[in-house]
Write a protein that binds this ligand. Structure first.
Ligand code: F6P
Length: 750
């Protein structure tokens, strides 16, 4: 209704404007016509009386001349007449001749050059404003053969012209006004009738199931859209916890249960052959795997990864496929085989000596080598081909993971233009200044923009990425949609902070905290009342393990009472060991640990226990439960799931998390003791505060953090991305189909 009123107002206003402009034009034109008419009449009047005028044109016949002038002035529109001699003296005039007009003032217009011959005398017409009103003046020469006698001045009253023009304007306004109202009323009624007709027809078709084939595609879309909007509404209203079931339902509802294809370098299950010939399955130490594996269990589908285990080939079929998890078989793992050269160039070289240090502020210089870049390109192609081989539609949902596959979204888009590609970047994204040092920065950005959705952990990472695109590519940023538009396609760039499954899988049947602690104390030969600090990481220079050791050293320096009582246990999974910086880190950590043990160890007491080995998740879980304090000291980390894992393992609501301010997790877990890992005094103070914290305060902090991780769990992380993807898919499908219908309707497509 409001829209109709707005429309009528706009229409009336528009027509009013038109009317005003029209009436101004009409007024001008009418006046011009009347002036021409008046000039003509003056000529006619003079021609009619010419003979008598010529005969009496001198001073002796002024009485006759005056009579002749009065006769001319009998015409209802001629107001006054005067006869002027050739020398511009007045011969005679009627009574009402305006005093403001004189023969002399008009003579110069009739005979501009007094020396000129008679033929050069000319008629002069003009509109003159007088105090009594507007008049039209015609000065007409009177010639006898070739001899000019003088001229006659005829004054016409023009007030009737004004009156007529005003009248016309009034009629015009009325007519247009009426027209405007009539047009508005007709348009509104017609629009309402056709809308009602259209919706009735649509309703009828929807009710009857739409028997006409030409309506089928559009009906499907409408049904789909309506269903989706209703489902989204339901999901929002449902609220509550995200669970595997809810994620599955979301996939069914929003994406018709379509299979999800995950592309990640690291596989969730690695088969290894031991020296004794036995095969074992290993869960790699990887935040990516920890987060994504429960999602795949819930959604099913296919996980495509590098088959890196020594027994991987023999456990898979000839296409590299096997069903996992072992014993549960809920999704397919497709292993892709790489040559040693490919692994060296793509994984160790470009990914981990180039992109990894480029994206982390950890003071290791990135190395970019052309041979590595070539392998990186080739391996991205290889995996993009594997994705295409695994999908069974032309518009699959593909989740591309991490910095190993920056080019894959673009390559998949080339092969499957209608695919929904969601890329998630698990590590930080650098500033444009820093990113600019990569020789292939444009190619990387272009590749990533092949995605439909590009996810980072934090808004700061998104901002950095957008900054890089603005600096290095020709693309438009859509601030409202948080998207980048390039080549007519848009990529949403949004933060999706990653998380864990909730509750933790390893919790089922786990030992109590006391049992775990007693077990660890026994294993490591600690005193029964030992205070246990814990660190869990891959041995990576971004994790700040060295700084962590130094903080422990500082703690023992500053608080001697803790010597003999406090032990810091570091679970360190060897990682990327063929890279020089990792080897050096390994040595440095070992060296610092040995130094601290030497300085503060006594008898069987060792303040630092460095367990350099791969530990399976149940073991790590046991250590989380045994610890009094867990210290995550990353120098730079996208999220850091160790922090969340510690929280999820502590359903006893005890234990303190000391957390580096340089992790994504610090934004979500402010109840941890947040520290700068470079500041050893601050870090050691936080450690001592943690060890002395009352059980009550521990509970309050831990409870808040657990609530946070429980609610914002990994099912929610995946669900949000999938819901966003489904919105994009509906939008693209609808616009695509609508364009098709319109093209067909316009005869542009058969
Ligand atoms: O955080 C980056 C990342 O690739 C994660 O995805 C994964 O948790 C970790 O590093 C493991 O690295 P890699 O696969 O090289 O062992």
């Amino acid at each position: 209704m409001r829209r109709a009123v707005r429309f009528v107002i706009a229409l009336v206003f528009g027509l009013g404007l038109l009317t005003w402009a029209g009436s101004v034009i009409v007024h001008g034109t009418t006046r011009e016509w009347f002036e021409k008419d008046v000039s003509l009449r003056a000529q006619l009047a003079v021609s009619g009386a010419r003979r008598g005028l010529v005969a009496n044109w001198d001073q002796q016949h002024v009485v006759e001349l005056a009579t002749l002038l009065s006769d001319i002035a009998h015409d209802e529109r001629i107001m006054a007449v005067a006869a002027c001699a050739a020398d511009s003296s007045l011969l005679a005039r009627t009574r009402d001749f305006p005093a403001e007009l004189s023969c002399a003032s008009m003579g110069i217009h009739v005979r501009p050059d007094p020396e000129a011959p008679a033929a050069a005398w000319q008629t002069w017409n003009s509109v003159v404003e007088l105090p009594g009103g507007t008049v039209h003046v015609s000065a007409i020469p009177l010639l006898e053969t070739e001899r000019p006698l003088g001229y006659l001045v005829l004054v016409h009253d023009l007030s009737f012209v004004e009156r007529r023009a005003e009248q016309t304007q009034r009629y015009l306004l009325l007519a247009f006004g009426f027209l405007a109202l009539a047009a508005s009323a007709i348009t509104v009624v017609a629009a309402r009738l056709s809308w009602r007709g259209w919706s009735n027809e649509l309703r009828r078709i929807l009710r009857s199931g739409g028997h006409r084939p030409e309506f089928q595609p559009i009906l499907r879309d409408v049904h789909e859209l309506v269903g989706r909007i209703a489902a989204e509404g339901d999901a929002e209203r449902e609220g509550g916890m995200w669970t595997p079931q809810r994620l599955k339902q979301t996939l069914n509802r929003h994406l018709h249960g379509e299979r999800v294809v995950v592309l990640a370098n690291r596989e969730p299950y690695v088969h290894q052959r031991a020296e004794d010939g036995r095969t074992s399955v290993m869960h790699p130490a990887s935040g990516l795997v920890t987060a994504l594996e429960p999602v795949m269990r819930a959604c099913s589908g296919t996980w495509i990864a590098h088959g890196s285990g020594s027994a991987d080939r023999e456990m898979a079929d000839r296409d590299g496929r096997l069903r996992v998890p072992p014993g549960e078989e809920s999704y397919v793992l497709r292993r892709v085989w790489l040559t040693p050269e490919e692994e060296q160039g793509y994984y160790y070289g470009f990914s981990n000596e180039g992109l990894w240090p480029l994206c982390h502020i950890a003071h290791v210089r990135p190395s970019f080598r052309s041979e590595d870049w070539k392998h990186y390109q080739a391996v991205n192609e290889k995996f993009a081909d594997a994705v295409c081989a695994e999908v069974d539609t032309d518009d699959p949902i593909v989740l591309v993971q991490d910095y190993h596959f920056a080019l894959a979204p673009g390559l998949i888009r080339q092969r499957l233009p209608r695919a929904t590609v969601i890329m998630f970047w698990h590590i930080p994204w650098p500033s444009s200044q820093r990113f600019g040092i990569c020789p292939w920065r444009e190619e990387l950005l272009e590749g990533m923009l092949g995605s439909s959705i590009l996810g980072f952990h934090t808004q700061a990472d998104c901002n950095n990425f957008v900054g890089c695109v603005e600096r290095f590519l020709e693309a438009r940023t859509d601030q409202e949609q948080h998207a980048i538009v390039q080549h007519g396609r848009s990529t949403l760039v949004r933060p999706y902070p990653i998380s864990l499954e909730w509750p933790a899988r390893w919790q089922q049947g786990a030992l109590t905290v006391e049992e775990c602690r007693a077990g660890v104390v026994g294993e490591l030969g600690l005193a029964p009342d030992a205070l246990i600090g814990l660190g869990v990481d891959r041995l990576d220079y971004t994790k700040g393990i060295e700084e962590r050791m130094l903080a422990v050293e500082r703690l023992l320096e500053r608080f001697p009472a803790l010597r003999g009582r406090f032990t810091f246990v570091q679970l360190a999974a060897p990682s990327r060991t063929i890279i020089e910086q990792y080897r050096q880190l390994n040595e440095r950590v070992e060296f610092v640990a040995a130094r601290i043990n030497e300085r503060f160890g006594k008898g069987a007491y060792r303040p630092v226990v460095l367990l350099r080995a791969h530990h399976e998740p149940p073991t790590v879980f046991r250590y989380y439960r045994a610890a009094h304090v867990c210290y995550v000291s990353s120098l730079h980390d996208g999220m850091n799931l160790v922090a969340k894992e510690f929280v999820s393992a502590r359903e006893d609501e005890q234990g303190v998390l000391v957390l580096s301010q340089f992790t994504g997790a610090a934004r979500e877990l402010p109840e941890a003791l947040i520290v700068n890992p470079y500041d050893l005094d601050e870090a050691s103070s936080a450690l001592v505060a943690a060890l002395n914290m009352s059980a009550e305060e521990q509970r309050d902090r831990m409870r808040a953090m657990r609530a946070m991780v429980a609610e914002f769990n990994v099912y929610r992380w995946a669900g949000r991305m999938l819901v966003d993807a489904s919105r994009l898919r509906s939008r693209d499908r609808l616009t695509g189909r609508l364009t098709d219908h319109l093209m067909v309707a316009a005869g542009l497509r058969p």
